[in-house]
Design a protein around this ligand. Structure first.
Ligand code: C5P
Length: 216
């Protein structure tokens, strides 16, 4: 069974998707990590990020692997290197290229094939797994998402103002929503959950109950 969890940055998808997978004893796939690792590889190779054909060719030959919740380029686990501001800033150059999306979507389908898996991203329910048995679109108001992000950053020692976090988030939302291919959107048959005012445990319970009802 495939469970897709999509939604904007800061909606809490990642931690919820992880917990849903572990409660149900499903595997987990973080597709954002794949876009991040491809971007890291392109930066390391000093690719011209405006050269869409070059990026498509580069990603076509890239040896990306997802193993036990870690992301690898060739023989290197790069999971700890993909969340830098430079990578985050540069992702859109790759994520906007249809051929790059097509290659990463193909890898995602290969990874999920025949498995019980929770996949998390932006385009999973609407584009990559249109036949997934259970699709969730997790969202929250911009201010709520920015406040959560601020708390996360503070936990790791970075203190940013709400205005700055909100501005960066609005920019990412715009990029994710306006993309010609693979844009952020809820699939027509997705269950939309607005997590404003909900505790993480409540969101988790609601999704787990939903998946169990589909399993039955
Ligand atoms: O989920 P995360 O924030 O790590 O994703 C980083 C970026 O990768 C997103 O802002 C989006 O631009 C891109 N992405 C995407 N499609 C996905 C997952 C992520 O375009 N399925």
């Amino acid at each position: 069974m495939i469970v897709t969890i999509d939604g904007p940055a800061g909606a809490g998808k990642s931690s919820i998707a992880h917990q849903v997978a572990s409660r149900l004893e499903f595997e987990f796939l973080d597709t954002g990590a794949m876009y991040r690792a491809a971007t890291l590889a392109a930066l390391r190779a000093q690719m011209d990020l405006s050269d869409t054909d070059g990026l498509a060719e580069f990603v076509g030959t890239l040896n990306l692997a997802w193993k036990s919740n870690t992301i690898w380029i060739d023989q290197e686990d790069v999971s700890g290197l993909i969340r830098t501001p430079e990578v985050t800033r540069s992702i859109r150059y790759l994520a906007d290229v249809p051929a790059v999306r097509s290659r990463l979507s193909q890898l995602q389908r290969q990874i999920a094939c025949g498995r019980n898996i929770v996949t998390e991203g932006r385009d999973q329910g609407a584009e990559v797994f249109p036949d997934a048995e259970c699709k969730i679109f997790l969202t929250a108001s911009p201010t709520e998402r920015a406040k959560r992000r601020m708390r996360q950053l503070a936990d790791s020692g970075s203190y940013l103002s709400l205005e700055d976090v909100l501005a960066a988030q609005n920019q990412r939302d715009l990029e994710d929503r306006m993309r010609a291919v693979g844009r952020l959107r809820a699939a027509d048959d997705a269950v939309v959950i607005n997590t404003d005012g909900m505790l993480p445990e409540q969101v988790l319970d609601q999704i787990v109950d939903l998946v169990r009802s589909r399993l039955d």
